[in-house]
Design a protein. Structure first.
Length: 190
């Protein structure tokens, strides 16, 4: 019995860790844009595309995999059902500033910073709901479902990231890992 509990806990940890890492990545991008705004204005549009891609993919992962699996696993009268509805609502509240970010062409400083701050604020609310209320509910999932959720999440993430619509939004394109400040200045001079 102890062995199976340990195995379930490990699966839970991996599943929760996957979503927690996604949350950290998104928050990191939003903070990066706010703190590096003056130093990296030429990267602003690319990072904005990356943020849009990451938020859209994250919403799909939660809405298509995490929430349905939790809904199925808990009783209809469980408070977890309410927590899922609240998490969906906080996720929906991200869509308005996300749509504004997506439809704006080039982002100027005047509109960019408030938009990112609004996204960050709403995203942080969403993360609190998911991590504090739903992560504990993942323990209600049988070990097999925890493992399946993690595997399906990884697979869907890779599939979505490979879509042509996100080709110009990937970190390796947007953030120029080969360069840094000196390379950007050299390219700007050419």
């Amino acid at each position: 019995m102890h062995y199976w509990k340990m195995m379930k806990d490990q699966a839970f940890c991996r599943t929760a860790k996957f979503f927690k890492n996604r949350h950290k990545r998104l928050a990191g991008l939003l903070y990066q844009v706010l703190t590096d705004e003056l130093r990296l204005p030429e990267m602003r549009d690319g990072v904005a595309r990356e943020i849009v891609m990451e938020l859209e993919i994250h919403a799909l992962l939660e809405e298509q995999l995490l929430y349905p699996m939790l809904r199925e696993a808990v009783r209809p009268e469980s408070p977890v059902q309410t927590y899922i509805a609240v998490a969906l609502e906080t996720g929906q509240q991200l869509r308005l500033p996300l749509a504004a970010l997506k439809r704006s062409g080039r982002l100027d400083s005047e509109h960019f910073r408030p938009l990112i701050q609004e996204l960050l604020s709403r995203f942080e609310e969403h993360v609190v709901e998911v991590e504090h209320r739903l992560f504990p509910a993942i323990t209600a999932l049988p070990r097999e479902k925890c493992e399946r959720l993690e595997q399906e999440s990884q697979q869907l993430l890779k599939t979505l990231q490979a879509l042509p619509e996100y080709a110009g939004s990937r970190p390796e394109v947007v953030q120029d890992v080969r360069g840094g400040e000196q390379m950007r200045k050299k390219r700007a001079a050419v």
